[in-house]
Write a protein that binds this ligand. Structure first.
Ligand SMILES: *[C@@H]1O[C@H](CO)[C@@H](O)[C@H](O)[C@H]1NC(C)=O
Length: 434
């Protein structure tokens, strides 16, 4: 959508959004800039300002047990690095990481699922050893979605099982909306449907507070400086936030992250994902409100009920050791600040795409939606678990598992529970499809 297409009302809304984002980002930026300035005056030439030199990749990144390294060049000329494991004759399981991660985040899953799938963990564009186009435009959501399509094309796969975390999960959801026939199943780790997430950021105060960094990341340069200083201390603590004891992410693992993100310019591409999305964040929400909203019965959904299609929720929250799940679910139903929900069926039938980017096809998804597992940690410091249950309420074929003691990086923090939940979901949805 260009500026020209906007009505006055839309223009004002957009302006108001921009002002709000900057009003929230500016005090944060000001505070952090002053803190950094003081630190600079205190010791301007210390090693504080740049990460330690790491010339050689740590051994863990070359571990043959995780898989082999390879590169693929997409049609549009972008070269992506990936690590793959298992027999390429098997069905493809494609892993899409989030921020601040790279292929290595899936180290446990690369080993676990290689017995049944050809597992591929890609460095998304801008990350790790993949190409890093400059500017924010190459990181727009529609382009990220297209990367996934071109990846499947390059691997000559009509469809794949997608496993995404954070940003990678958002891209996977958007890909599924545009190409439902190319997704066998989707596992969304540490992330609800992006539309539910956007709504929560706008409407749910707790979620807004958990995602304050979204606003900070809109500022140029400062986030890079902040994440890099003190040998990437902020980045490391972001990865371990809410962690179990002892930390599942070992010091050796952290070295791998520091090696990858400590290289010059290694943080700008990843941060540009947020900058490219910045303005567009509440756009879809506005469109949703503009559409004639059907008042839905927003009652509490009983746990363990069978779904519309008659398939049991195989990997449902009730079947895992998650006492918090029902509490979180109850709070999802009670959330007072939310506007009335639209009935999921009208959502599916609506002609507007459930996608936060304008240029994607405006055709409604036709045919059945692939089964989805939303897998979240009970100690997630960035995403409200209630959004997982909201996702289940709004969209067809969604199961939810909350791993009680895991943080936002469930696949890293509690790999055993995460892998078990994924296996259970895959088995249940395979039976269902048969
Ligand atoms: C849910 O997934 C199954 C298995 O792929 C499919 O057969 C069914 O039609 C889907 N249901 C909906 C409502 O999309």
């Amino acid at each position: 959508m260009t500026w020209i297409d906007l009505s006055w009302r839309q223009l004002l809304l957009r302006l108001a959004t921009a002002l709000t984002v900057w009003a929230l980002a500016a005090p944060l930026a000001l505070y952090l800039t002053s803190a950094l300035l003081l630190r600079f005056l205190w010791s301007p030439f210390s090693g504080f300002w740049r990460p330690k030199a790491r010339d050689q990749p740590p051994d863990v990144l070359q571990d043959a047990a995780l898989g082999q390294h390879a590169y693929v060049t997409l049609d549009k000329g972008i070269k992506l690095h990936y690590v793959h494991n298992g027999d390429p004759a098997r069905p493809l399981m494609l892993f899409l990481h989030g921020f601040p991660e790279f292929w290595y985040s899936w180290k446990h899953q690369l080993q676990e699922f290689a017995s049944d799938y050809w597992v591929v963990a890609v460095d998304m564009r801008g990350y790790g050893d993949s190409d890093k186009p400059s500017g924010t435009v190459p990181y727009r959501a529609d382009i990220l979605v297209d990367d996934v399509k071109e990846l499947l094309d390059a691997f000559e796969r009509p469809a794949a099982t997608l496993v995404g975390h954070g940003w990678g999960a958002a891209v996977a959801w958007m890909f599924m909306e545009r190409y439902p026939e190319r997704v066998d199943r989707l596992v969304s780790v540490g992330a609800p449907h992006p539309y539910v997430f956007q709504r929560a950021v706008v409407l749910n105060r707790k979620q807004l507070l958990r995602t304050w960094y979204l606003f900070l990341f809109q500022v140029p340069y400062l986030p890079e400086l902040l994440l890099r200083c003190d040998d990437l201390a902020c980045l490391a603590s972001a990865l371990r936030r809410g962690r179990r004891q002892p930390p599942a992410l070992s010091d050796e693992d952290l070295e791998a992250y520091k090696y990858t993100f400590g290289r010059p310019g290694a943080l700008t591409g990843p941060l540009n994902y947020y900058r490219a999305a910045g303005w567009g964040l509440p756009r879809r929400w506005r469109r949703q409100r503009a559409a004639p909203a059907a008042e839905a019965e927003d009652g509490v959904e009983e746990s363990g009920v069978t779904r519309d299609d008659g398939c049991p929720d195989g990997a449902d929250s009730t079947s895992t050791p998650t006492a918090e799940a029902s509490a979180a679910e109850a709070s999802a139903a009670e959330e007072p600040s939310e506007a009335p929900e639209q009935d999921p069926s009208t959502l599916a039938d609506s002609t507007t795409p459930v996608i936060p980017v304008a240029p994607l096809s405006s055709a409604a998804p036709t045919g059945p939606t692939p089964p989805v597992l939303v897998l979240m940690g009970g100690r997630d410091a960035y995403v409200e678990t209630s959004t997982a249950f909201r996702t289940r309420k709004r969209f067809p074929n969604v199961s939810v598992v909350i791993v009680r003691d895991a943080n936002h990086f469930v696949h890293l923090d509690d790999p055993a529970a995460a892998n078990k939940a994924v296996r259970k979901f895959l088995a249940a949805s395979a039976q269902c499809a048969a």
